[in-house]
Design a protein around this ligand. Structure first.
Ligand code: AMP
Ligand code: FE
Ligand code: FE
Ligand code: ZN
Length: 293
């Protein structure tokens, strides 16, 4: 089974990279990638664990960008120590910390006060993302579930207008991924909420900046959406990838590693890792040649 989209406690996942890889192996995943939000901190530990269990592992990252409420760019095969990528991620940490302070004030205004200390408790004191706030809101009784906390407070027009951090353009995220020798793939396209013609235009635009793939297989895609993204990938000559977006039961209780939601993922193709490996080999060779996609 293939799962190229999972989060660890290095971002907002519940388990450490080595635990996450062990769980993937136990679930029957043979090809994996950890794709933490805006950090490569978990890659080395995941690589070590993957070697131990005999899993094929791609290094990965997921970068949040502007252009839609949730336009996320996955980067595969990246050098986790690339200085430009590390500097890019450090900026995010600063932005995220400033946003956390704004979130506390915003939630207070919403009548759902939480403190940074409370939020940090579900993340060993590390930098807090929205899922950590969501978990705290649930614990304090201000929301019924993580999903409910997102709907009520963390994906509202006010949140996006006044609280959300400044995010890079998708073109910049692609450029940084490519600079780090990686392959850029558009994550969970359904979350863009675009008509097919609009997505088609976006793919054309991003491809001109070096986009090479689309995450057609994803836990929250309906079969019709998956078919649509597979068709678009073919038309555009993009590779397709497959990911659960596993974060652990405390964060996304319905999503299981490898298998997705009630077994709706379970992708077993050899073509996916082979095509990705080929693109990564070229990306590494042409690393630094900015104009050559
Ligand atoms: P952040 O990077 O801190 O803004 O948080 C992004 C995380 O929030 C990602 O893991 C998303 O999957 C998660 N997320 C975004 N929207 C929702 C939602 N409606 N319900 C649950 N999780 C969400
Ligand atoms: Fe996440
Ligand atoms: Fe995402
Ligand atoms: Zn993700």
């Amino acid at each position: 089974m293939i799962d190229l989209h999972m989060h660890t406690s290095c971002s907002d996942g519940q388990f450490m990279p080595e635990e996450t890889i062990r769980m993937a192996w136990e679930a029957g995943v043979t090809t994996a990638a950890v794709t933490d939000h805006d950090t490569t901190a978990g890659v080395a530990a995941a690589e070590k664990a993957a070697k131990h269990y005999g899993l094929q592992l791609f290094s990965g990252i997921e970068i949040s960008t502007q252009g839609a409420a949730e336009l996320h760019m996955l980067g595969y095969g990246i050098d986790p120590d690339d200085p430009k990528l590390l500097a890019f991620c450090r900026d995010f940490q600063v932005q995220r910390k400033a946003r956390a302070v704004r979130m506390v004030a915003y939630l207070e205004q919403c009548g759902a006060p939480v403190t940074l200390e409370e939020v940090r408790q579900c993340n060993d004191g590390r930098c807090s993302g929205r899922p950590h706030f969501a978990r705290t809101l649930v614990e304090k009784g201000f929301a019924d579930s993580v999903q409910d906390a997102f709907a009520r407070y963390l994906t509202t027009p006010e949140f996006y207008a006044h609280v959300e951090r400044q995010k890079p353009l998708p073109e910049n995220a692609i450029a940084v991924i490519r600079h780090a020798g990686g392959v850029a793939v558009l994550a969970h396209p359904y979350l863009l909420y675009l008509e097919q013609s609009q997505l088609d235009a976006l793919l054309t635009k991003l491809q001109a900046s070096g986009l090479q793939g689309i995450e057609a297989y994803y836990s929250r895609h309906t079969p019709a959406q998956t078919q649509c993204y597979l068709r678009l990938a073919k038309q555009h000559g993009l590779i397709v990838t497959c990911g659960s977006d596993f974060h652990g039961p405390a964060v996304k209780p319905d999503i299981a590693i490898g298998t997705g939601i009630c077994g709706n993922l379970c992708v077993e193709s050899r073509e996916i890792p082979e095509a990705l490996s080929k693109k990564i080999a070229i990306a590494r060779k042409t690393r630094g040649e900015t104009a050559k996609f």
